[in-house]
Design a protein around this ligand. Sequence first.
Ligand SMILES: [Zn+2]
Ligand SMILES: [Zn+2]
Length: 338
Amino acid sequence: MSGIDAVAAAQALSEIGYLLRQNPDEKFRARAFSDAAWAIALERPDLAALHESGGLTSLAGVGAGIAKVLTELVETGHSRYLDRLREETGQPARDDESSLDLAEYQGDLHAHTKWSDGRATMLEMAQGAQALGYRYLGVTDHSPRIKVVNGLDAARLLAQSQEMAEVQKQVEGLTLLQGIEVDILEDGALDLPDVVLEILDFVIASPHVKLRQEPEAMTHRMLRAVSHPHVDLIGHPTGRRPGSREGATYDFEAVFKEAARHGVAVEIDCDPARMDLSPEMARLALECGCNFALSSDAHAPNEFAYVPMGAWMARRAGIPQDRILNWRPVEALTKTSK
Ligand SMILES: [Zn+2]
Ligand SMILES: [Zn+2]
């Protein structure tokens, strides 16, 4: 028996969910695979033991079909179903995939709290990150433009920093970073003034609205955002939601090259509803010289588990650990901040 651990199994099921999601007719099956992947990434069951006792279907969200895939994964370390989906979508296995040791993942740089549209308090999110053994957590709520999510202006960011100082005292071993997920406006300007962005520990700039701009205008918009002196990371760079919403189209190569030139990293957003890059796009960004962040974009503590289930995309893109910010110690992140 070659065996497969829970994290590797979660990645396989998650990749199946992603590939199925490209086909709108497979929406529900895609969701079932992603949900099962999430449950396994959260609970880390002993799959070999469950298989032995015939108990795979006792796992949350695992019916007969998914159990069959899991059985093959446990017995052979492989899934022919996944291989077939890869072939069908023109993404066969490659021999230059990377390997990532998730036990060495230092911390998540993209998470929301009740300060904007998160469903948990900052303390609950911090304790969730601490329980996972993370060394840091980037608290990156939304900027003011996104009114529906109660985005933060300068005054609320100041209030948030006061709460953070209190929460920090309660989570030994975890460093809280105050960041923002600032909206990239239609012309590429950012939704908060420089004087505010400057004092934050970490700045994610993300496109949220008007994603269907003309490619030329969108390219200009993204080039301007990655050139901004305070931006550290481009969040979910296309905004695509496979199977339900087309994302932004622009000159990816030009934008990734410019990002690399400015030391701005590119995000792989591991939320299964997002997963807005593709392995090919992530590979292009790698070749353009970009660094990456592997983020959960968590809105509740149980969503931190999106990272282990979504790590397959970085592996498939051949991204080595040393090109991903989350494998660097917190000191390296704060020292290199621009
Ligand atoms: Zn976002
Ligand atoms: Zn977010």
